[in-house]
Write a protein that binds this ligand. Structure first.
Ligand code: FES
Length: 165
């Protein structure tokens, strides 16, 4: 399950991430990843805070807020949108696709009542597609948070999703 930190923890989490990784241009991604892990996404306020921490007088690197936002939007592992408590990542690459993935994808969307990139109104699940997860031999494959499910069939979905509140 994704651990979702409260907004009030934001300053402490950003400060801890900057302290851990350093206030340098080459550690933006690890800092943003840590924020993403805590909140399930990278809030805009966190981007402003990171920038203020990195933009110290002795630091010659001037990085704009929009550049940081661009980084957060670019990487698949980061999200600038608020996500659900559980992230469902469905492999859409060809080997899984031909092993039943196409039918399973339809069932996943019907079961969750979501399309790729959407989060349900209760904030329970976010659904997204990903490229090969490296376990094609047990396709079709999907991840729910850190749990990997292989050889998934449509009739397994209700039991799988019921494990996540
Ligand atoms: S194609 Fe799905 S895990 Fe490789």
């Amino acid at each position: 399950m994704l651990k979702i930190a409260k907004e009030k923890d934001l300053v402490a989490i950003v400060e801890a991430a900057v302290e851990k990784h350093g206030a340098h241009a080459d550690v933006f991604i690890p800092i943003l990843l840590e924020i993403n892990q805590n909140f399930g996404h990278v809030p805009g306020e966190a981007i402003r805070l990171v920038r203020s921490k990195l933009h110290q007088p002795e630091d010659q690197i001037l990085v704009s807020e929009s550049q940081l936002y661009g980084l957060a939007s670019f990487y698949d592992m980061l999200s600038t949108e608020k996500t659900g408590r559980h992230m469902v990542q469905f492999c859409e690459s060809a080997p899984c696709h031909v092993q039943g993935g196409r039918e399973l994808w339809r069932s996943v969307q019907q079961t969750l009542k979501l399309k790729a990139g959407e989060t349900d109104p209760e904030g329970r699940f976010t659904l997204k597609t990903v490229s090969c997860l490296g376990v094609c031999g047990v396709g079709p494959v999907m991840l729910v948070d850190d749990d990997l499910y292989g050889n998934v069939e449509p009739e397994h979905l209700a039991d799988i999703f019921a494990k996540y509140e």
